[in-house]
Design a protein around this ligand. Structure first.
Ligand SMILES: *[C@@H]1O[C@H](CO)[C@@H](O)[C@H](O)[C@H]1NC(C)=O
Ligand SMILES: *[C@@H]1O[C@H](CO)[C@@H](O)[C@H](O)[C@H]1NC(C)=O
Ligand SMILES: *[C@@H]1O[C@H](CO)[C@@H](O)[C@H](O)[C@H]1NC(C)=O
Ligand SMILES: *[C@@H]1O[C@H](CO)[C@@H](O)[C@H](O)[C@H]1NC(C)=O
Length: 407
């Protein structure tokens, strides 16, 4: 009886509350009555003046900081409200039970990131093109950005098209695009086919970039990355001649040396082809993997599969196997450039996010993992890519800070 009575009471409350809310919404619509902003925090966005958004001082290192649990402001959008997310990243829908991983905010030590406003972002992207170029981690971040901008445009025309290596998300009413271009090594390689790229014997042409590069011109924001495809062999195969010849001949070059050659080609291409008065260029440092749970002192872990919270002690020295030599190569190349590239130093802060990977709640060869595969995380957990909403949203918050800081 008590149970019934409580249920009844609860239902009545919901009805009363709903009527109240609907009343307020209508009232608000008709009269623009401002008090709703105080009553319902979710309405604050609508009445927000963009002057409220504060930029961090340029001297502040926003990548130095810590993870703060903040379910008031995060996630920045909901998994089931972004129709453009692919099955690869919708971890909750794919069976993940814990959702804390969506609710961490990055807090720089000496300043604040600007409060994220999707409306302000789409205003800034009006008549502009934003393009991510790189591998599946940059695609991960692109999907996040699509969700971030589309959350501001509840009605209105949006579309997604894919032609060869280029995927384009359009906000028609804003004449804005958020694009992704598949080029896992940035330069030309035998892994450039956007569909058929499960190639173990990877071969690159470190000095060949114009074929891809022609697709990157006339873009307003370019975001590059390359890392994960370098990691399956210690040496990189560098083509002699061209792929069209009968026999493929190659040299094996140490990873950092080959990486340096690629980034030198890229940096010269940027210097020669991109107008800094129009375009902002970003380079993402490496997105880390979490393969060995002993790296973070969890003897009972299985890769990243059992992790539900970040490593919160930022003073804990952490080595999850990231090839830091490539980080050094990248920062050194950027020092030689005329073009003012923004280096997005996401590696260290992401290393603390062992909880944020797609793990077993993802696809493999285009299909959701079967129950048997899910039961075997040691083999099947993906500790490379990230759930969305999640960590890549933070990477985009850094991007957002730069985009809105532009006059
Ligand atoms: C990158 O950020 C980390 C902290 O997240 C910091 O320790 C490191 O010095 C930074 N590196 C560069 C090149 O800014
Ligand atoms: C639409 O965006 C494109 C690409 O950014 C730009 O070149 C063009 O001028 C814009 N069109 C209008 C009508 O502003
Ligand atoms: C960029 O703008 C500056 C200052 O207005 C000008 O001197 C320079 O020639 C411009 N550069 C290009 C590549 O258009
Ligand atoms: C954080 O890690 C450092 C270095 O390992 C250690 O000295 C310190 O006690 C840790 N702090 C906490 C709160 O666990």
């Amino acid at each position: 009886m008590i149970h019934r009575k409580n249920t009844h009471h609860f239902t009545t409350s919901i009805v009363v509350f709903t009527v109240f809310v609907i009343g307020i919404i209508f009232y608000n619509d008709l009269t623009q009555f401002p008090f709703s902003q105080k009553i319902f925090p979710s309405f604050i966005n609508d009445g927000e003046t963009f002057e409220d958004i504060e930029l961090p001082p340029e001297s502040c290192d926003v990548f130095d900081g810590s993870w703060v649990f903040d379910e008031l402001t995060h996630p920045l959008y909901k998994e089931n409200e972004c129709e453009f997310l692919t099955q690869q990243v919708t971890c909750m829908k794919n069976g993940r039970q814990d959702s804390m991983y969506q609710k961490w905010r990055w807090q720089p030590k000496d300043c604040n990131l600007p409060k994220f406003s999707a409306k302000y972002l789409v205003e800034k992207l009006k008549n502009k093109r934003l393009m991510f170029v790189g591998d599946s981690l940059n695609r991960n971040q692109w999907e996040s950005m699509v969700c971030l901008v589309q959350s501001a445009v509840t009605s209105g025309r949006k579309s997604m098209t894919k032609t060869g290596s280029l995927s384009i998300f359009r906000l028609e009413d804003y004449n804005a695009t958020v694009e992704f271009y598949w080029a896992p090594f940035i330069v030309e390689s035998n892994s450039d086919d956007p569909e058929m790229h499960s190639i173990l014997d990877r071969i690159i042409m470190p000095e060949s970039i114009n074929g891809h590069g022609q697709h990157w011109k006339n873009v307003d924001y370019l975001v590059f990355n390359t890392y994960i495809w370098w990691m399956n062999t210690m040496k990189m195969k560098v083509l002699r001649g061209s792929f069209n010849e009968e026999a493929t001949e190659y040299d094996e070059v140490d990873r950092p040396e080959a990486y340096g050659r690629v980034l030198k080609t890229w940096s010269e291409w940027v210097d020669q082809n991109i107008n800094p008065n129009r375009t902002m260029v970003f380079f993402n440092s490496m997105s880390p993997l979490h393969i060995k749970s002993l790296d973070w002192n969890n003897p009972n872990g299985i890769k990243c599969a059992k992790e539900t919270s970040p490593i919160l002690n930022m003073s804990m020295p952490l080595n999850v196997g990231t090839d830091r030599r490539l980080f050094t190569v990248a920062t050194n190349v950027m020092k030689t450039m005329q073009f003012p590239v923004h280096f997005l130093n996401i590696t260290t802060l992401s290393e603390y996010r062992k909880d944020a990977h797609t793990s077993i709640y993802t696809i493999r060869q285009g299909k959701l993992l079967t129950d048997e595969q899910m039961a075997d995380p040691a083999i099947y957990a993906d500790c490379i890519h990230w759930c969305l909403p999640g960590l890549p949203d933070t990477w985009n918050e850094f991007l957002y800070a730069h985009i809105i800081s532009r006059s």
